[in-house]
Design a protein around this ligand. Structure first.
Ligand SMILES: Nc1nc(=O)c2c([nH]1)NC[C@@H]1CN(c3ccc(C(=O)N[C@@H](CCC(=O)O)C(=O)O)cc3)C=[N+]21
Length: 288
């Protein structure tokens, strides 16, 4: 049996089409959704992602401003820029591309973003609301993963979901969202002993490790849904995930490719969050 390939590109395309429609209707009501992306430093991967976000925004009729700064930008200057964007009524979403240079305190920067413009869902207010199940901007990658599962009819209820990786931007939040959908969730990480003994129990396996082709067929239960969040380069410099696709394809029931799986969903959910933010703003203006 060969796994069904989960087509993130196709699903993200559908979501983007819906966003485009809603952007049109919002513009007819006099609101043009706007995203500000802040990039500090010359990280070439970051620059690629950021340009991709800008291109997608524009394709959907949204405004996107890229604020690019040299590596030596001070923390104070960055915080001042965020304050300016917080107060800009034309900007509905603020994304500060991570990682930031070492001399800048990432947490301080995230705290400075107005939670009503936190389209990354990284602010502690957003995280808190998400965990208690209140309305919040959901972090884009975890939210994109949930949309993929939903689209393929994979219901987490009662299933064992195993998350490998515990970052604040992927592992922890995707575990929370799976829990909200009634999965039984296990978190694994670099200190987990006998990792395969856990992953082999997973009906839904989320690989967010950051090591090329780390998850092999011996980690996977036959028929499992395997979601690959990795963005690595293999020995030939080619983009690849945390899952050994060719090997796991023979065992899994569903599998996301890299590229074309979770990555495009991340961008689509960012677009949706930005649109939502603009719609929320309009609603507030109407009620004022
Ligand atoms: N504040 C912040 N928010 C983020 O959302 C954020 C961030 N910082 N820092 C870096 C990571 C990484 N990330 C990706 C988004 C899209 C693709 C993507 O579209 N990938 C394509 C391939 C892209 C390629 O070919 O290089 C795919 O998987 O098909 C990948 C990675 C967002 N991130």
């Amino acid at each position: 049996m060969t796994a069904i390939t989960i087509d993130g590109k196709a699903v993200s395309q559908k979501i983007k089409e819906q966003v485009e429609e809603r952007v049109k209707s919002l513009k007819e009501q006099g609101v043009a959704p706007g995203l500000a992306v802040v990039l500090v430093g010359e990280n070439s991967a970051s620059l690629t992602y950021v340009k991709n976000k800008k291109k997608t925004c524009e394709a959907l009729g949204m405004r996107s401003d890229l604020h690019q700064y040299p590596e030596d930008l001070s923390e104070e200057e960055l915080l001042a820029k965020i304050e300016e964007l917080n107060n800009d009524p034309e900007i509905h979403g603020i994304l500060v591309q991570l990682p930031l240079p070492e001399h800048i305190d990432e947490f301080k920067v995230i705290l400075a973003i107005d939670p009503s413009k936190d389209v990354d869902g990284f602010h502690p207010i957003s995280v808190g609301n998400m965990v208690i199940g209140k309305e919040a901007f959901l972090p884009c990658t975890p939210h994109g993963i949930m949309k993929l599962l939903e689209h393929y009819g994979i219901d987490p209820a009662g299933k064992h979901a195993v998350v490998v990786g515990r970052s604040n931007i992927v592992g922890k939040p995707v575990g929370q969202l799976l829990l909200q959908k009634d999965a039984t969730v296990t978190f694994c990480h670099s200190k987990t002993q006998d990792l395969a003994s856990y992953t082999r129990q997973a009906d839904i396996l989320i690989a967010a490790i950051g090591r090329a082709k780390f998850i092999g067929a011996d980690h996977v239960k036959p028929g499992a849904a395997v979601i690959d969040v990795g963005m690595n380069r293999d020995e030939n410099g080619k983009l690849c995930g945390d899952v050994d696709f060719a090997a796991v394809q023979e065992t899994a029931g569903y599998l996301t490719p890299v590229p074309g799986g979770v990555g495009p969903m991340t961008i689509a959910m960012l677009m949706e969050n930005t649109l939502h933010s603009a719609e929320n703003g309009l609603q507030k203006d109407k009620n004022a």
